[in-house]
Design a protein around this ligand. Structure first.
Ligand SMILES: [Cu+2]
Length: 225
């Protein structure tokens, strides 16, 4: 809200001193009147590496801009998988901020190339999406009072094992979110070292868990195909 209000004042000030749209060099951070789209850019670069035969956890995103870098809404963007296979949702239309997104699924080879373009654009934008095989198991250390690492990824059917470090006391693993039915929790609310606890999980998704004895002591297990 504050940003919107500031933006409006900025626009008023810009109008009063007579600068043209985009003349401030802000790259479209303030209101401006868009002309025809001439550019398409990655909104935030290539995605982080992910895993074969899985959808990316976040959408791919491009921004359409006019010759003055003003974001252009309403541009139909066509997405296509190139080399590397997989699939991507298409088309999508740029929103009020000039941003169009698409959900990408990685195939069985890496890197996967994905292009985005609009009618009349000379050179499509190309995303490079890298992938590896997911780990088949995961390991987490239970400490006073944190899980390390607090986010792990493993393949469907894999087993995640928590190991209490020396001196770690009064901790439990209690699932708090994710696909249902959830895996079983530790059977007592206070488990002391030495101890281990495991979950073998098949349903794909991200599971949140926590130690109910220590606020903020939490983690996630992401299960992929
Ligand atoms: Cu705890």
């Amino acid at each position: 809200m504050n940003v919107d209000r500031r933006g409006r004042w900025l626009a008023l000030g810009t109008a009063l001193v007579g600068f043209a749209c985009g003349g401030g060099g802000g790259g479209g951070t303030g209101p401006c009147t868009p002309g025809a789209a001439t550019q398409l850019v990655k909104t935030s670069g290539d995605p982080a590496p992910w895993y074969f035969n899985n959808p990316l956890p976040a959408a791919l995103s491009v921004t359409a801009r006019d010759a003055n870098n003003c974001p252009v809404p309403g541009v139909a963007v066509t997405w296509a998988p190139g080399s590397g296979g997989g699939g991507v949702t298409s088309p999508s239309t740029t929103n009020a901020s000039g941003v169009a997104t698409a959900t990408d699924s990685i195939g069985s080879s890496s890197p996967q190339m994905v292009t985005a373009t609009f009618a009349g654009l000379a050179t499509p934008v190309t995303f490079t999406v890298t992938a590896t095989a997911p780990p088949t198991s995961a390991a987490v250390t239970v400490n006073n009072n944190f899980f390390s690492p607090n986010a792990v990824v493993m393949q469907s059917g894999g087993t995640v094992t928590w190991t209490w470090s020396a001196g770690a006391v009064n901790h439990n693993v209690t699932y708090t979110s994710g696909p249902t039915p959830r895996p079983a929790n530790t059977t007592t609310t206070s488990v002391n070292a030495p101890a281990t606890f495991s979950s073998t999980i098949s349903a794909v998704g991200t599971y949140g868990y926590a130690c109910t004895n220590h606020p903020g002591m939490s983690g996630t297990v992401t299960v992929v195909h």
